[in-house]
Design a protein around this ligand. Structure first.
Ligand code: SF4
Length: 466
């Protein structure tokens, strides 16, 4: 069924359309579809009335009291919540489908959880009864909030530090990042490392660093001397310090020694799957053996925390394949395991080839399996976010053994700390209180970044001086 949204609340149009998109493929958002009308009225500042209607279907019209203590922000927040929830109910009736996250369409459900707590509400109850979140997902959010105790909103006077190294040995078919495949004939790594080191040193921070994250791309694509140059420029002194070594084949004893020398505390070695046929199908160009070799090397050469990433709903994977991957990871015993839901993003090979992995049932089975078996093995979910275009509209969840949670991952999701970011496409963030966040984004493409590095540095200095 094709639907188009008609509303008297243009401010909320995007969110209403997101509700319809969340029900795809059961319905589709189209300009020429049947008109689904969502209206909201505030009556003499005393009540809010919503009305959702469509030809040949029963109308939903509801009335809510306005709390006289609400300021303009709270009134707007509640208007949006009512309208979206009622709109969700309508589309849910229309399709006869319930979604795991109910009427929530944003990428950060934990932010809403904290918001509800700050309003003095029983967040679990509100999520299930009001926002139509399933019992299982509300419990997941309870667990995450619990695991964040002692980390969330701690050390807010400190800043996080992000460094982007957007190079990889090959392109994963689900990738939509700016990452460039290393070209031996036009090796831009040395020039990039030079520019990056200048970028890292550009601003003398008057804040202590809380956590450092070197991501990408695959930072361990850098040869040992360049990796050393970049990590030395960062100059970690005992803070939490993560380096993504996403591709196991890029890890060598020499590079691990460099990381140890530069005080790296956490390394991400990402299998995505322990099934060779899947790795081949998704363009990873490494073997299952490479994963074991890299993991053993990291364990042998240092005292690092290790994270391993996995993805549900990879092509041709059955429930048993996914289960095998998660079970194998648990047997290895990394401190962190992250389970992503495959998202088909614009710009990826999967999107170009119209790869369709839709199965609400299977994606939920995989995600639930990971949740249950990881909890049994002693891991706790500690951060999460949702992405668009995932089967079942599910989420990405980071699990950790207690005390091994990555602060950076929590900070970035909850937006609780400033971020000083360097590298192509890196986004620095400053928090000014009352939800005001200012961002500074560096040039995304690597060529542009190298050409305009002086300009980027100048702008970044001005951004942090403000
Ligand atoms: S390792 Fe990450 S950044 Fe590199 S191609 Fe794969 S998904 Fe993209």
């Amino acid at each position: 069924m094709n639907l188009k949204v008609v509303t008297n609340s243009e401010n909320f149009r995007n969110e209403l359309e997101d509700v319809v998109r969340a029900f795809e493929p059961y319905v589709s958002l189209r300009d020429e579809g049947d008109a689904l009308v969502a209206n909201v009225y505030v009556c003499e500042k005393k009540s809010i009335e919503t009305e959702i209607k469509m030809k040949d279907f029963p109308t939903i019209s509801r009335k809510y009291k306005v709390d006289p203590n609400w300021n303009a922000l709270l009134l707007k927040r509640n208007l949006k919540r009512y309208l979206k929830r009622d709109f969700y109910d309508f589309v849910s009736n229309l399709t006869k489908k319930n979604l795991a996250y109910g009427s929530l369409t944003g990428i950060r459900p934990t932010k809403l959880y904290y918001e509800l707590l700050s309003e003095g509400k029983d967040a679990h109850k509100e999520l299930t009864e009001y926002f139509r979140v399933s019992e299982g997902k509300a419990k997941l959010l309870d667990d995450i909030i619990q695991a964040q105790k002692g980390i969330y909103l701690e050390e807010t006077g400190k800043t996080d530090f992000f460094v982007n190294v957007p190079f990889c040995p090959s392109r994963c078919h689900y990738c939509s990042f700016i990452s460039e495949v290393i070209n031996p004939k036009n090796n831009r790594l040395p020039a990039y490392a030079d520019a990056l080191c200048r970028d890292i040193a550009a601003v003398s921070l008057n804040k202590e660093r809380r956590a450092i994250y070197v991501g990408g791309g695959t930072p361990t694509s850098l040869p040992p001397e360049l990796l050393s140059k970049v990590l030395r420029a960062i100059g970690a002194q005992g803070e939490e310090f993560t380096v993504e070594a996403g591709r196991p084949e890029t890890l060598t004893e020499e590079k691990i020694a460099v990381m140890k020398e530069c005080n790296v505390t956490r390394i991400s070695v990402n299998p995505q799957s322990f099934k060779q046929e899947t790795l081949d199908l998704i363009g990873r160009r490494h073997t299952v053996k490479d994963i074991f070799r890299a993991y053993d090397l990291v364990r042998k050469c240092g005292n690092f925390d290790v994270n391993m990433d996995f993805i549900t709903m990879l092509p041709e994977e059955t429930f048993e394949d996914f289960k095998h991957s998660v079970d194998t990871a648990i047997a290895l015993g990394p401190e962190n395991i992250t389970v992503h839901s495959l998202s088909i993003k614009r710009g990826s090979v999967f999107a170009e080839n119209n790869y369709d992995n839709f199965s609400d049932k299977l994606s939920l089975e995989m995600s639930d399996y990971a949740f249950n078996v990881l909890e049994k093995a002693g891991y706790r979910p500690y951060y999460m976010y949702r992405q668009k275009n995932t089967s079942g509209r599910l989420e990405n969840i980071g699990y950790a053994l207690p005390g091994k949670e990555c602060k950076y991952n929590i900070d970035i999701m909850e937006e609780t700390h400033d971020i000083y970011a360097s590298g192509a496409g890196a986004i620095s963030k400053r928090l000014f209180g009352d939800g005001l966040i200012k961002r500074f984004a560096e040039v995304k493409d690597i060529k542009g970044y190298l050409e305009r590095i002086d300009e980027m540095i100048e702008k970044k200095i001005a951004f942090f001086a403000e």
